[in-house]
Design a protein around this ligand. Structure first.
Ligand code: ARG
Length: 586
């Protein structure tokens, strides 16, 4: 639709400029000053252009101006091909010439199979996106799944707009959390391995973390002994470092398997153990420059009260690093490795304050790119059963959740006797599970807290991932079966596609590129999710109202098939943006 809107903006701007000239003004109205809206009711037209912004410049009331513009457009013969115009109060409303517009839109979709919906609005920009960023003391949980799919989806959306995107992850492999798992393992797990226990390796490490918390309830010295272990690690004690390496390797290996399963990937991993010393060095540099101050106990602080924030500790009294210390180092390494225009941190909303402070500290340290850092903050996700608590081992493990969704999908396939039709039932069920999960998580705006309802996410006839997958499979199978013969028999004539359902569907297809652009500018994949639902509803209506294979003429059949082909193309493209696997059969 963008193309069509541009054409109309141009025409209206020219008409306004001409009206100005007739009134003796040299004012030129530019295309970009013209705003195009969608009228609230379809009877009013397909596009509406408010005259308010020009009333003052051209010294005419908006309604008179609307009439003058319409008269001018008629007089110049500018209205025949692309539609007709009508003045409606302060608006110039446009009724598009369906056949011409349908032809133009479908042609641009079918001719640009790989590039339709890639608006290029972010051409030449370099955007780094950080997401997931797990700690190595436990497997990924439901919260990570929301984070992962948000980060992956945003990255795909930004790339679709032409940006160069680099996906990065910081593995928090250092600190007290991993020492706790290490301690429990040291005391109760010597000799055991994930293989010997038959457990996925990240889960294995997480089980020791849960075990530590049981230990610490019975033994008050446990905390202190974990701290000892951290000190030993910082001093480079070989035995401690060796155990740390082993446990981290188990954790990271397992976590990467989950990424693979959900279609999430990174261009680069950063490890806290490799960046925290850089952070410490920067803090000490800032201290020397008088940007920070030392408390009596020896700890180093930054005072951000004049910027509306608080005082915040940057190094502990014993000189050890904090979470923020490593983040300072990591950001600097990242900009050095790949000078980005923007760095987006996909991290939970409970860390808002942390990022405000981090960005200010980096700015104070003189890094001018610090003003291009952005925290994409997202809300909590829980199950209807209630809150998750990692210490008590009641978190919903990501793998377990996907397994149970997959089991439910498999059952449904069996119940419907679709096992033979779908081929590899396990593989299809896994894709349905991932599609259900991702769509459910992305359909809500990132900032909102949410409940994940597994049953609802899998429903085949609602606003769900599987519903979209089903739609895709249905169109695919129709095209596979009949496309060849019918398309050959008839001729694609877009001007035949002017029925109400066809027109509504074409208009929806036409708004895809601007939808992608909007999702990118708002950093919100739910925009694409909502679009997908609109599109599948519009297709359903078309499918119901307009016989395809039994159309009255061969040309009409061929044209409706071409329209279905365009829908499939856009559906598939949009599904990829929100990380829903496409299925040919279901
Ligand atoms: N690992 C951290 C956690 O689990 C999140 C890291 C977020 N990213 C960052 N650059 N601080 O809470």
């Amino acid at each position: 639709m963008q193309d069509i809107k541009e054409i109309w903006k141009q025409k209206i701007a020219a008409a306004l400029t001409e009206i100005a000239r007739q009134n003796g003004s040299v004012e030129t109205i530019q295309k970009h000053q013209v705003v195009v809206e969608i009228p609230p009711k379809p009877e009013l037209g397909d596009l509406g252009i408010p005259m308010f912004p020009f009333a003052k410049i051209l010294r005419k009331g908006p309604p008179q101006l609307a009439q003058a513009v319409v008269a001018q457009l008629m007089a110049s013969g500018a209205t025949n091909v692309w539609g007709s115009v009508k003045a409606e109060g302060p608006y110039v409303n446009i009724h598009l010439e369906k056949s011409a517009v349908a032809g133009q839109i479908l042609k641009s979709i079918l001719d640009h199979a790989d590039t339709y919906g890639r608006p290029q609005s972010l051409n030449d920009s370099k955007i780094m996106v950080e997401f997931s960023s797990p700690n190595t003391n436990k497997p990924l949980h439901l919260g990570h799944l929301r984070n992962d799919v948000l980060g992956e989806s945003i990255s795909r959306i930004l790339a679709a707009c032409g940006a160069q995107v680099r996906k990065v992850c910081i593995i928090n492999d250092r600190g007290i959390h991993i020492c706790k798992s290490m301690l429990a393992y040291k005391e109760y797990g010597q000799g055991k391995t994930p293989e010997s226990e038959g457990v996925k390796s990240d889960r294995f490490v997480g089980d020791w973390y849960v075990r530590f918390h049981k230990m610490s309830q019975e033994d008050p010295t446990a905390e202190e002994r974990a701290q000892d272990l951290l000190r030993k690690w910082e001093q480079g004690d070989p035995e401690t470092v060796a155990l740390w390496k082993q446990m981290n390797q188990w954790a990271v290996e397992g976590i990467k398997k989950t990424y693979e399963r959900t279609g999430v990937s990174f261009d680069q991993y950063y490890f806290e153990s490799q960046t925290y010393l850089k952070g410490k060095e920067e803090v000490l540099k800032g201290l020397e420059q008088g940007l920070f101050y030392r408390e009596e106990d020896g700890s180093v602080w930054v005072d951000l009260t004049s910027e509306g924030l608080d005082k915040k500790v940057l190094l502990r009294k014993d000189g050890t690093s904090l979470y923020i210390t490593q983040d300072i180092g990591t950001a600097i390494f990242r900009h050095h490795d790949w000078p980005f225009q923007r760095l987006v941190y996909v991290v939970g909303s409970e860390q808002q304050y942390h990022f405000k402070v981090l960005f200010k500290v980096l700015e104070k340290l003189g890094y001018d790119w610090a003003k291009n850092l952005y925290h994409l903050s997202y809300g909590m996700v829980n199950l209807p059963e209630g809150k998750m608590k990692s210490r008590e081992g009641t978190v919903v493990d990501a793998d377990d959740l996907i397994d149970s969704l997959k089991e439910m999908a498999l059952q449904e396939i069996r119940e419907k006797n679709r096992e033979e039709a779908v081929g590899d039932g396990e593989a299809v069920a896994e894709k349905i599970a991932v599609g259900a999960l991702h769509y459910y998580l992305l359909q809500v705006s990132p900032t909102k807290d949410m409940l994940f309802n597994p049953k609802e996410s899998l429903s085949f006839n609602g606003n769900t991932g599987p519903y979209l997958q089903y739609m895709g499979a249905r169109i695919s199978s129709m095209l596979r079966k009949k496309a060849g013969s019918l398309a050959e028999a008839g001729q694609f004539r877009p001007e035949l596609l002017t029925g109400e359902a066809e027109w509504a569907l074409i208009k929806t297809l036409a708004t895809y590129p601007e939808t992608v652009e909007l999702a990118a500018s708002q950093m919100d994949p739910s925009v694409i999710a909502a679009y997908l639902y609109e599109l599948s509803k519009a297709f359903s209506r078309f499918y119901h109202d307009c016989p395809i294979l039994n159309a009255e003429t061969a040309d009409l059949a061929a044209s409706r098939l071409a329209l279905s082909q365009a829908v499939l193309q856009v559906l598939r493209s949009a599904m990829t943006l929100v990380c829903i696997p496409f299925l040919d059969v279901m």
